[in-house]
Write a protein that binds this ligand. Structure first.
Ligand code: NAP
Ligand code: ZN
Length: 352
């Protein structure tokens, strides 16, 4: 066991601050990674502030961070896929039972015995797992990903959650050329969704509450941009979408989006607001529309997504920050003031 520098929340109301956490020494199947960059996901904020207390109550101290890219510093004797010096990445999961039907299907995100990267029981050290706002992490190689060498590491980090969470449902629901696809909420997840939907050949419409994001949305790959507070502009798209991805982090009118689906259209929620959303039965009944959700993606699909990004030169648009600015970054997330993902340069932990 050794100590690693980290940033943690001590309670739902306290700002994140410098700390140290225990990490296990690498076992025979483990990879030790020096973390170079860690993305700031809105889920980190929800979790640090215990906004999901009904589903995943936060255990303090909480070290968030599940968009990890770094360099391998040590590997266990049985590790085959990584060696010292390799670039490597870790997303939202660090373990699963690997024997259940979900794991055998490569869908570890649905494993009943999943271990998430932070705030989940730690099988090795007891207590809970600690995430990527830290100088290093030790993870079983089955949950470590390869980062294409051509990708900028700061911009690649957000692929590990924002990337896979938007890529996976689009593949599942058949987003391809000729489909009309809506993306609601142009934040970290939303901007990755626009890039993927565009790369997959769809006609992409962005719905935003921020009129100032229009030019960015078009640059990121949108064909049209609609300000969602403009009822008239929304009405024009009624009954026309094959698929809508809802990546909004706060309470909003999902009914307005359901009305925009065509027959058999689907809206998938990836955004996870604190409070329940209101849905009327008739919006779904008329048009046989469906509403679903989707969590991250399996390890195999995450590697597929990273390779797709390597082949298509896709990374997140990031604002690189030192870890000391993470509390400010959280406040800016709440104001929808992010272009379009904060990526923490972990070298800044050296100043602590
Ligand atoms: P983010 O960067 O903060 O983006 C959220 C965007 O939602 C904002 O930029 C804003 O876009 C829009 N928005 C915010 N408040 C709004 C409001 N009151 N009404 C309407 N729109 C509003 O967040 P993120 O990191 O992309 O995460 C988005 C959500 O996905 C979070 O709830 C997060 O926890 C969840 N998430 C889920 C998964 C999963 O596995 N399903 C994985 C990661 C994250 P505009 O300015 O364009 O309106
Ligand atoms: Zn996330």
């Amino acid at each position: 066991m050794y100590n690693a520098k980290a940033y943690s929340a001590g309670s739902a109301t306290s700002p994140l601050a410098s700390t140290t956490v225990a990490r296990r020494d690498p076992g025979e199947h483990d990879v030790q990674i020096e973390i170079l960059f860690c993305g700031v996901c809105h889920s980190d904020l929800h979790q640090a502030r215990n906004e999901w207390s009904g589903v995943m109550p936060t255990v303090y101290p909480c070290v968030p961070g599940h968009e990890i890219v770094g360099r391998v510093t040590r590997v266990g004797d049985a590790v085959k896929g990584f060696k010292t010096g390799d670039m490597a990445a870790v997303g939202c999961m660090v373990d699963s039972d690997r024997t259940c039907p979900e794991c055998l299907a490569g869908l570890e995100q649905f494993c009943p015995n999943l271990t998430l990267t932070y705030n989940f029981p730690d099988k090795h050290l007891g207590g809970v797992t600690y995430g990527g706002y830290s100088e290093s992490v030790v993870v079983d190689e089955g949950f470590v990903l390869h980062v294409p060498a051509t990708l900028d590491p700061a911009g690649a980090a957000p692929l590990l959650c924002a990337g896979i969470t938007t890529y996976s449902p689009m593949r599942h629901w058949g987003v391809t050329q000729g489909k009309k696809v809506g993306i609601a909420g142009l934040g970290g997840l939303g901007h990755m969704a626009v890039k993927f939907a565009h790369a997959l050949g769809a006609h992409v419409v962005v719905f935003t509450t921020s009129p100032g994001k229009r030019d960015d949305a078009l640059r990121l790959g949108a064909d049209e941009v609609v300000v969602s507070r403009d009822a008239g502009a929304m009405q024009k798209h009624s009954g026309s979408f094959d698929f809508i991805l809802d990546a909004v982090s706060a309470d909003h009118d999902i009914e307005a989006y359901i009305q925009m689906l065509r027959r058999d259209g689907n809206i998938t929620l990836v955004g996870a607001p604190e409070k329940p959303l209101s849905v009327s039965a008739f919006g779904l009944i008329m048009g046989r529309r469906s509403l679903s959700g989707s969590p991250i993606g399996g390890i195999r699909e995450t590697q597929e997504m990273l390779d797709f990004c390597g082949a298509n030169n896709i990374t997140a648009d990031v604002e690189v920050i030192p870890v000391q600015k993470v509390n400010e970054a959280y406040e800016r997330l709440l104001r929808s003031d992010v272009k379009y993902r904060f990526s923490i340069d972990m070298a800044s932990l050296g100043a602590e």
